[in-house]
Design a binder for this molecule. Structure first.
Ligand SMILES: Nc1ncnc2c1ncn2[C@@H]1O[C@H](COP(=O)(O)OP(=O)(O)OP(=O)(O)O)[C@@H](O)[C@H]1O
Ligand SMILES: [Mg+2]
Length: 412
């Protein structure tokens, strides 16, 4: 594959900005050639509150990835986050008018458009149209209708809507950092791109991205997105609980959480429960002693509470998820998170590491669910550029191609 296909995945989070530079490789794989990370400033719950501060964090993360790769970043695939996103399943229908009633890309485009006709709240827009399936003259389950014959084409489309301002301000912050935005992609969709297999999406699974301030969920089934939900909480809540409960600074609470925290008490033996951690309360010079059990008593109920909200949302969809739940994002790294999630979801649960069949190069350096989004963004960019190359010269409309982006492997 040509070395010219370079992709920049830029995951702008509330606590970290991560950048992955990738190159197209053999067999549809992407070689990771650059990685950069910086502390994030100027974002609250995924929304830009200071464009300059965000730009500076982006410059630092991208600069590091550029140095590692020796490449210069130009256009980035950027994650879209925020607490207000909403996913809805819509249906549309059109009559097929062409010669011999053969379905064209234009018919498909009209069918998706017809499903997208909806009343939006003021200042909101459609972020993603993700086709689920098509129905031709009552025959359902069709994934590639172009070229088929029929008189009536129905579409089932998962549509994600949200406020425009968040996207526009993020766009400005990226441009201010000297990059252009290739496209924006919903955070859980990007995480799914790098961590889920086609089988996961086909048979049904839920991707849960536990960030610092935002938790997002996407439920997959029959190869397509069936449900999207976003919650305004994340791993920062544990940090705040620890800070309040132990009267330590946020920085120290974050460190205690990461170094000693556990959200599943049953993983700890008696000896470990009694192990002592030294903490320095705010305004004191002398340290205090605290057992790991007490720390777990602070974290576990919060973990159960947060996961119950997510489990309730998944249960509402009545989707079957035999492939289970996949946890990504830095919040999933808390010790015991998978084990406690497995209990709350009552479904097989695993951490979402990037799929080894999709990545090469420096993939070993990003073996953490916290990198799933950045890697997924870069991979989505590579895949979309390859698709564009293949469709070049054919009459494929860009608009239709864009709708099918990230849809399912068979459309690639
Ligand atoms: N080992 C660990 N144990 C517990 N928590 C961790 C660990 N490592 C990272 N975290 C937490 O994960 C969070 C960061 O996750 P992530 O980088 O996915 O968030 P983000 O993308 O910056 O935020 P968001 O997606 O909410 O905007 C932080 O709150 C951090 O404390
Ligand atoms: Mg994030």
């Amino acid at each position: 594959m040509s070395r010219e296909i370079n992709a920049i995945g830029l995951d702008i989070g509330s606590s970290r900005v991560r950048c992955v530079i990738g190159e197209a490789a053999e067999n549809g794989k992407m070689n990771i050639v650059g990685i950069g990370e910086a502390e994030s400033r100027g974002l609250r719950r995924g929304i830009v509150t200071s464009a300059e501060a965000v730009s500076e964090s982006i410059r630092r993360a991208v600069g590091e990835a550029e140095r590692v790769s020796g490449l210069e970043a130009e256009a980035a695939m950027v994650n879209l986050s925020g607490e207000h996103f909403r996913g809805e399943n819509k249906a549309g229908v059109v009559a097929v008018a062409g010669a011999g009633r053969e379905i064209t890309e234009d018919d498909v485009s009209r069918a998706v458009e017809s499903a997208s006709a909806m009343q939006l709240p003021a200042g909101w827009e459609i972020f993603s149209r993700l086709p689920q399936e098509f129905i031709i003259d009552g025959q359902d389950g069709i994934t590639e209708p172009v070229g088929m014959s029929g008189a009536r084409l129905e579409s089932l489309v998962h549509i994600v809507i949200g406020p425009s301002a968040g996207r526009q301000n993020l766009d400005k912050a990226v441009k201010r950092a000297g990059l252009s935005v290739e496209r924006m992609m919903l955070e859980p969709l990007a995480a799914a791109e790098s961590t889920l297999t086609d089988d996961d999406k086909e048979y049904g699974c839920a991707l849960v991205n536990l960030g610092s301030e935002i938790t997002s969920v996407m439920v997959f089934g029959r190869g397509a997105v069936q449900h999207t939900a976003v919650f305004p909480f994340g791993s920062l809540h544990f940090t705040k609980d620890i800070a309040v409960g132990l009267r330590v600074s946020i920085q120290e609470a974050n460190k205690i959480k990461q170094d000693y925290g556990c959200v599943a008490g049953f993983l700890m033996g008696d000896e470990e429960r009694q192990q002592v951690i030294e903490i320095v309360p705010v305004g004191r010079s002398e340290s205090r002693r605290l057992s790991k059990e007490i720390l777990c008593d602070i974290m576990q109920p919060r973990a159960v509470e947060l996961l119950q909200h997510v489990a309730h949302e998944i249960a509402k969809t009545r989707s079957s998820i035999p492939s289970g739940v996949v946890l990504t994002g830095g919040g999933s790294l808390a010790r015991g998170m998978v084990e406690i999630a497995e209990q709350v979801f009552d479904a097989p649960t695993r951490l979402g590491f990037i799929e080894e069949n999709y990545f090469g190069g420096l993939a070993g350096e990003v073996q953490s669910p916290a990198w799933a989004v950045a890697c997924g963004l870069a991979l989505a960019s590579v895949r979309s550029q390859i698709r564009d190359l293949h469709s070049h010269g054919r009459s494929k409309s860009k608009k239709v191609a864009a709708w099918f982006e990230n849809f399912r492997e068979r459309f690639r």
